[in-house]
Design a protein around this ligand. Structure first.
Ligand code: MG
Length: 186
C-alpha cells in the first residue's frame, strides 16, 4: 500500500483562528484583511504577547474550526486504498512552552473525528519534509517536500501567491476541495 501524509489544519479543518481573534479584539476582520499565515501577526508585540497568553490558556482551536466538505468521508475511502498518516505541526516557535497543549487538542480531535484510523499513524512534527511518503496533501508548499509521487496543495488564502507555473515547476497540483482530491486519488 502506498503511504499518504495528510495535514490537519487548513487541509481537513478550516477557520477558527480569525474567529477567536475577532472575539478577543471585538472586531470583524475577514481573511481579506489578513496578510501572513498567522492571523494575529499584525498586532504590536506587547498586544501579541497578551493575545498568545490568552489563546494558549483558554482556547481549544478545534472548538472553532469547521470540517471541510466531504473531507472525513473521502479520507475514510482513502484509508481503504492507501496507508493514511495524519501529520500535523504543533510547535508555535513564539511560545514553545505552550505548544504541548496544542498537541493534546489535535490528538483528541483526531481520535474523535477519524476513528477509523490507527492512532499510531498520527504524527506531530513541524519537520514534515523528513516524512517519506509517496503522496502528500498539505496547504503549505514547504510541507510537500520529501514526497515521491503526488503532491497536492490544498487551496488557501495564504498560498495564493504561488502561480500555476510555480507549482508546476515543483511538481505540485493545486486542489480546491476534497472532491478534487478524490478525483485524483480514488
Ligand atoms: Mg496546514
Amino acid at each position: 500500500m502506498k503511504k499518504i501524509m495528510i495535514d490537519l489544519d487548513r487541509t481537513i479543518v478550516d477557520g477558527g483562528y480569525l474567529e477567536v481573534l475577532n472575539e478577543y479584539l471585538g472586531t470583524n476582520y475577514t481573511y481579506d484583511d489578513i496578510d501572513g499565515y498567522f492571523v494575529e501577526d499584525f498586532l504590536p508585540q506587547e498586544q501579541l504577547d497578551d493575545y498568545l497568553e490568552y489563546f494558549y490558556n483558554n482556547i481549544n482551536i478545534y472548538d472553532y474550526t469547521t470540517i471541510k466538505p466531504n473531507a472525513i468521508e473521502i479520507i475514510e475511502k482513502l484509508s481503504k486504498k492507501y496507508e493514511v498518516f495524519i501529520c500535523s505541526a504543533y510547535l508555535d516557535k513564539r511560545v514553545p512552552e505552550k505548544s504541548g497543549v496544542v498537541t493534546n487538542n489535535k490528538h483528541m480531535w483526531l481520535l474523535k473525528n477519524l476513528p477509523f484510523l490507527d492512532p499510531k499513524n498520527f504524527i506531530f512534527t513541524s519537520r514534515k519534509d523528513i516524512i517519506d511518503c509517496e503522496i502528500k496533501i498539505d496547504d503549505k508548499v514547504g510541507n510537500l517536500k520529501g514526497c515521491g509521487e503526488i503532491k497536492l496543495l490544498m487551496d488557501g488564502y495564504h498560498n495564493q501567491d504561488y502561480t500555476e507555473e510555480d507549482l508546476k515547476e515543483r511538481g505540485i497540483i493545486r486542489v480546491r476541495d476534497w472532491n478534487e482530491v478524490a478525483d485524483i486519488l480514488l
